[in-house]
Design a binder for this molecule. Structure first.
Ligand SMILES: Cc1cc2nc3c(=O)[nH]c(=O)nc-3n(C[C@H](O)[C@H](O)[C@H](O)COP(=O)(O)OP(=O)(O)OC[C@H]3O[C@@H](n4cnc5c(N)ncnc54)[C@H](O)[C@@H]3O)c2cc1C
Length: 335
């Protein structure tokens, strides 16, 4: 049996101090961390409980942004009045994640920091470059269907980033606020998660001694409609095979501005900036244009033995998401 130390922090300075000096992990909802400790994949010497920190508020910022505390539960965020009104894509993404019990427990920062669901990473014994750098990637020639990527992979790791919430945040645009021993800093959401490259063990831009305190969502796009389409093996309690967050604003019957991000197919929450730029000016019912944008978004995708089906599946999710978001934009206040 492995022993670990438990500390409950009541303010961020105390949390940082308790975390320093040994192999520590912040404990939020515990829905990733406790699993991985039980599996012996994560072996913290100390868990620093952050649930009592004053980081559970969702507050409007004067410039139109929305600041979400690190310990806001996924359920609270999904049903927040402002999120439901201005960030429907985020509400929908959250409500399609995990199960009701898990969403009641899981936090915003924990979701951002959740680890991959690759079975070779989680079994604790197979070669896995993320768990044990240099040991190899068992997934590349192994069973690589559900939670394996076709975008952003490397010869060292092909695990998908599993979050739904983060896909919506990638489309909306956000800033991760962190606090460390030397003060606060902000990290653009798009720079937060790292592709595996040669260092799959480095998953994000957070330093070991830093704590996430907030995620601040960009101001909502004016007059936009948005949606999150998630395609999976069963309709609940299942990770995405392919998903798409779409935000679309119209000028008459043409698209004025658009944002697209993908889940289930990328090694990080996958924003499609080049593809979304090609939507601008398209007519709201131009399915051929939507299909061309979907093809563009999946350009450069590299399939593995069991997940090639994800490429056409993701294209379908993209087309449907653009269509639904545009329809909502067209309905004005109902979007
Ligand atoms: C059966 C099951 C099904 C699931 N299905 C889905 C799904 O469909 N879609 C989806 O998106 N997710 C899914 N999840 C994942 C779930 O969303 C995450 O486990 C959850 O969001 C993690 O949040 P948490 O608060 O429980 O984090 P914890 O488990 O407490 O922590 C996770 C990680 O974040 C770190 N951490 C926590 N707070 C901070 C902080 N403030 N600063 C720095 N680091 C911090 C921890 O140290 C740890 O490394 C599923 C999980 C399970 C168990």
């Amino acid at each position: 049996m492995r022993q670990f130390d438990y500390k409950r922090a009541t303010d961020t300075d105390a949390a940082l101090a308790a975390h320093a000096g040994q192999r520590s992990a912040y404990l939020a909802g515990g829905t990733t961390l406790i699993d991985l400790v039980k599996l012996d994949v994560m072996q913290p010497e100390r868990m620093v409980d952050v649930n009592r920190l004053a980081l559970s508020d969702i507050e409007p910022v004067d410039d139109g942004r929305l600041r979400v505390g690190a310990t806001v539960r996924n359920t609270a965020l999904a049903y927040n009045e402002r999120v439901v009104r201005d960030y429907k894509v985020l509400s929908e993404a959250l409500l399609q994640g995990a199960s009701r019990q898990l969403r009641n427990r899981a936090t915003t920062a924990g979701n951002v920091m959740q680890r991959v669901r690759c079975s070779y990473f989680r079994d604790g014994i197979s070669p896995c470059n993320k768990r044990e750098p240099g040991s190899g990637c068992s997934a590349i020639d192994g069973h690589n269907r559900e939670v394996f990527a076709v975008l952003g992979t490397s010869e060292h790791c092909i695990a998908v980033h599993p979050s739904d919430m983060c896909v919506a945040m990638a489309a909306i645009g956000a800033t991760v606020e962190v606090q460390g021993p030397n003060g606060r800093r902000e990290i653009a959401f798009g720079d937060f998660h790292k592709m595996p490259g040669d260092t799959p063990q480095i998953e994000h831009a957070l330093e070991d001694d830093e704590l996430i305190t907030h995620v601040t969502l960009d101001a909502p796009m004016r007059d936009a409609g948005s949606t999150y389409i998630k395609l999976r093996d069963r309709s609940s309690y299942q990770f995405a095979l392919a998903s798409c967050a779409a935000i679309v604003a119209l000028d008459g019957d043409r698209i004025r501005e658009a944002r697209l991000a993908l889940g289930g197919v990328g090694t990080k929450p996958w924003r499609c900036q080049e593809a979304e730029a090609e939507l601008i000016g398209a007519a709201v019912d131009d399915m051929a244009a939507f299909e061309a944008v979907a093809r563009r978004a999946m350009e450069g995708a590299t399939p593995f033995k069991h997940n090639a089906f994800k490429i056409p599946l993701a294209r379908k999710a993209i087309v449907q998401a653009i269509k639904d978001a545009a329809a909502r934009a067209g309905q004005g206040a109902l979007a």
